[in-house]
Design a protein around this ligand. Structure first.
Ligand SMILES: [Zn+2]
Length: 79
């Protein structure tokens, strides 16, 4: 799997109707933050640096089959 985090972060900043906000917290420092999930982009994975501790957070976005919504999970890059 390849990650293209910087391109995804640069392209995904406009607020659109199909953007959902997920409330998550940094897996390193625990700082809560909001992540915009682009519903039209579907499942994806990328790296987003924490705004507080600057560590690379792996963002893994999957589509739940049960209700067809996107679900974001975070992983540490050093797991
Ligand atoms: Zn952090």
């Amino acid at each position: 799997m390849s990650y293209d985090g910087h391109a995804a972060a640069a392209a995904g900043r406009s607020i659109l109707e199909d953007m959902e906000t997920e409330r998550l917290s940094c897996p390193y420092c625990g700082e809560p933050f909001e992540l915009l999930v682009d519903d039209s982009a579907g499942a994806q994975a990328y790296i987003e640096d924490c705004a507080v501790c600057c560590k690379p957070i792996e963002v893994d976005i999957r589509r739940r089959r049960s209700d067809d919504t996107l679900e974001a999970t975070l992983h540490r890059d050093d797991d």
